[in-house]
Write a protein that binds this ligand. Structure first.
Ligand SMILES: Cc1ncc(C[n+]2csc(CCOP(=O)(O)OP(=O)(O)O)c2C)c(N)n1
Ligand SMILES: [Mg+2]
Length: 279
């Protein structure tokens, strides 16, 4: 059981992030298309959380005192499955079923799958439910924390800001919101769809302890978590600047990266590019 947050070991976290990216490419190649950029872009956060922060029991995903990782953005499931398999919550071999009929690993994560706390495909509901979970845990006297991952596009949902208001009102120091700013949503960059900036100032104005860091740097994420832990009594927003497709230049360079189609011959290039950057 991972009952105490493990000691941070940066080289080990980087190796885990690399392993997650390998799993993402493996799943995506079987399907041939999909949310590859998101899975690669969020691997550093997921590795840092699952191997440097979260308290959970891979053999008992329903352990009542577990920290909750709440994925608002169901389409990022490919990244979450990679982390759950690497952490031993689901079998590694099951990753090959990603997106197949009858698989537990649907392209948008369902909460019936072990380790998935929320069916998150409908955007804008993750933070509302995370506020409820954090309040409930506090009422029950449990020390567990709630870590919610939202996207930049999801910050255009009004319900996100209602939840932000409630989290601050209730002083939920056990609530952490990571906002993945990959500068993309389904229809292009948020600045062209409905501008979000200055995002840091907005979360701060809603009463959250707010930081903005490089979301592809486990050291920066760990430092942000440490600063958050040292600031009790308020919810914590950690805005992450990330690069979609991070680690595979072929995918980093795609202009429209939300849902990509990949030609069969491109997978060999993608995999060799990833391995060339192995830590
Ligand atoms: C309530 C709701 N509205 C619209 C959608 C359709 N949708 C799915 S993903 C997505 C893009 C959201 O932005 P973001 O998560 O930043 O996209 P990404 O970074 O993954 O490209 C949209 C509009 C949805 N799933 N739920
Ligand atoms: Mg986005």
């Amino acid at each position: 059981m991972n009952a105490a947050a493990p000691t941070a070991d940066l080289p080990a976290l980087r190796r885990r992030a690399h392993a997650l990216r390998r799993h993402v490419l493996r799943m995506a190649e079987i399907v041939g298309q999909g949310y590859v950029g998101q899975g690669l872009g969020i691997a550093d956060l997921l590795a840092t959380l699952y191997f440097g922060e979260l308290r959970f029991d891979p053999k008992n995903p329903a352990w009542p005192d577990r920290d909750r990782f709440v994925l608002s953005i169901g389409h990022y499931a490919i990244g979450l499955y990679a982390a759950l398999a690497e952490a031993g919550v689901i079998p590694l071999g099951e990753l090959d079923t990603y997106g197949a009929d009858g698989s537990r690993l649907e392209m948008s994560a369902p909460e019936t799958t072990p380790g998935v706390e929320l069916t998150g495909g409908s955007l804008g509901h993750g933070l509302t439910q995370s506020v409820g979970m954090a309040l409930g845990l506090r009422l029950d006297g449990r020390g567990a924390r709630v870590f919610n991952l939202l996207s930049d596009g999801e910050c255009q949902e009004g319900s996100t800001w209602e939840a932000a208001m409630a989290g601050a009102h209730h002083g939920l120091g056990n609530l952490y919101a990571f906002i993945d700013c990959n500068n993309q949503q389904a229809d292009g960059p948020p600045a062209k769809v409905m501008g979000l900036e200055p995002l840091h100032a907005k979360w701060a104005a809603f009463g959250w302890h707010t930081q903005r860091v490089n979301g592809n740097d486990p050291a920066a994420i760990l430092a942000a978590l440490a600063a958050a832990h040292a600031t009790p009594g308020r919810p914590h927003a950690i805005v992450l600047d990330t690069l979609m497709g991070r680690g595979v230049p072929l995918f980093e360079q795609r202009e429209k990266n939300h849902f990509i189609r990949v030609a069969p011959e491109e997978w060999t290039v993608a995999k060799s590019q990833l391995e060339a950057a192995a830590p």
